[in-house]
Design a protein around this ligand. Structure first.
Ligand code: ASP
Ligand code: MG
Length: 490
């Protein structure tokens, strides 16, 4: 019988220390008895942040932080190594591999400080060190359990464009590489451990897929290999009905559709990188979100289709660090190119537009971008519309950073009348002022902008309104079996 192929990705907290890595190794070893497994790993938690911070400091000429960091990385990874690997020869060989990565990173930091210049390419080389350190450790831990395993740098597997810091993968060449490099290992019964987050251009220059990109690495490799399942192992039980910090009665959703998961990720549900579902939407295959600290739980299944929530809304999400930009004035009425110019400007400024709304009177266009991208978007817009501003055709470009987006997501919204009505009536009853509204024609979400201070109340009231705190009948009737979850060995 053909073995099932699983790609398993472990996030930073899941490989946070030796104990966590040992737990991960047991999860992989259990799966590898029955399945072919490819492991994808993040950096140990906090490492990527510290690498980026140190690199940014070096750009000012100050190397102290990068020197301390090199020491810390050495201590952290070597202590994990001692706890995980009993064989002295193997441990020494691994220590050498780790030291090479640390030394190279230190040299890059040194160069940055000398030049006082941090190019995106150099930042990628530095910020990718965490994954290049964690992958050999995890592979070592698997060998310790008797598996045959090898760490592999994703620069050999994931081919991307050269947009450093946020590279786009090229699926064709990636598929070829995965076939050529990974397939033979799998056929041979090996468990490759691949660095998440990282890719390389066709010329072999290292790139990264954006912060939190290891999820994306996993589904990319899953799609490239035609994996049956991609399992994102993290530190929460799965996708929740809402952020538990906002709503105490949240539940883990047993299953959601690709579309629903993508909407949630897009609107800031922290559990998945927003691009994660892209590769599988085309290639198929199931994605699971599971808790590496509680592997006995079944987690959330993400599949092409899922059973709809009774009330139409399946989950809520909210993002606070966003800024509302309004471009308005009399000159906008009937001016056909204002929209085009507005959004080609935000695109050039690489500001990610999360929500757009325009009144039919066409007096203004408002849209929301992440606050970290707002400043450059606004500067670019003021430049684009300098003429119109001077002649008061565009009266204002207003900015409001004190806002939040709340989105209600559910596949069944499509074609179910009344969901928008219920949403806004519930908000009205709570006296929550809605600043702007958008519903995509895909009808997988209704999203709206409120004052930041009202965000939590908005999520609470809608969670109740749509009965998200109650278990669905399917869950009552033994969900794990219904969803086809394999019982996990205790
Ligand atoms: N280590 C990278 C980050 O922290 C990638 C990841 O964890 O997915 O952004
Ligand atoms: Mg991470």
């Amino acid at each position: 019988m053909k073995k099932l192929l699983q790609v398993m990705k472990f996030g930073g907290t899941s490989v946070g220390d030796a104990e966590c890595i040992a737990r991960v190794a047991r999860i992989v070893a259990d799966a590898a008895v029955r399945h072919s497994v490819v492991v994808v790993v993040s950096a140990m938690s906090g490492v990527t942040n510290r690498l980026i911070q140190a690199a940014v400091r070096c750009e000012t000429g100050d190397q102290s932080e990068s020197q301390t960091l090199a020491e810390q990385l050495r201590a952290q990874h070597e202590s994990a190594l001692r706890a995980l690997i009993s064989n002295e020869v193997k441990r020494a060989a691994l220590a050498q591999t780790l030291e090479q990565v640390i030394a190279e990173t230190a040299r890059l930091c040194h160069g940055t400080a000398l030049l006082r210049e941090l190019t995106p390419r150099t930042l990628d080389a530095i910020s990718s060190a965490g994954e290049r350190l964690s992958a050999p450790l995890v592979a070592g831990a698997l060998v310790e359990l008797g598996l045959r395993s090898e760490a592999m740098n994703a620069t050999e597997l994931i081919v991307t464009d050269n947009h450093h810091g946020d590279a786009e993968p090229l699926m064709g060449p990636t598929r070829d590489r995965a076939e050529a490099r990974l397939r033979p290992l799998l056929t041979d019964g090996m468990v490759p451990v691949v660095t998440g987050y990282i890719g390389a251009t066709r010329e072999g220059v290292l790139t990264t897929l954006g912060r939190g990109g290891s999820d994306y690495s996993a589904t990319l490799l899953g799609a490239a290999l035609g994996a049956d399942e991609t399992i994102i192992w993290t530190d929460v039980d799965g996708v929740m009905t809402a952020d538990p910090r906002l709503v105490p009665e949240t539940r883990t959703l047993p299953e959601i559709s690709y579309h629903e998961a993508a909407e949630l990720a897009y609107f800031g549900a922290k559990v998945l990188h927003p691009k994660t579902l892209r590769p599988v939407t085309q290639a198929g295959g199931t994605v699971w979100i599971r808790n590496s600290f509680a592997p006995e739980k079944s987690g959330t299944k993400i599949a092409p289709q899922s059973r709809p929530a009774p009330g139409g809304v399946k989950a809520l999400t909210a993002i606070r660090d966003v800024t509302l930009i309004t471009v308005g004035g009399p000159g906008i009425v009937g001016a056909l190119d204002i929209l085009a110019r507005t959004f080609s400007t935000t695109a050039r400024a690489r500001a990610n537009v999360l929500l757009i709304s325009q009144s039919s009177s066409q007096n203004d266009i408002c849209f929301v971008v992440p606050s970290s991208e707002a400043e450059r978007a606004i500067a670019a817009l003021r430049k684009t519309f300098a003429q119109e501003l001077a002649h008061q055709q565009v009266e204002h470009i207003n900015v409001d950073a004190n806002v939040a987006i709340v989105a209600a997501v559910g596949e069944k919204m499509k074609g179910t009348p009344g969901i928008a009505g219920r949403t806004f009536s519930a908000l009205g009853r709570e006296n929550i002022n809605v600043i702007a509204i958008a519903q995509g024609s895909s009808e997988y979400n209704i999203s709206f902008v409120v004052e930041a201070g009202a965000m939590k109340r908005a999520v609470l009231v809608l969670h109740k309104e749509f009965g998200l705190d109650r278990r669905t009948p399917m869950e009552e009737n033994g969900l794990a079996e219904a969803a086809g979850v394999e019982p996990w060995p205790k």
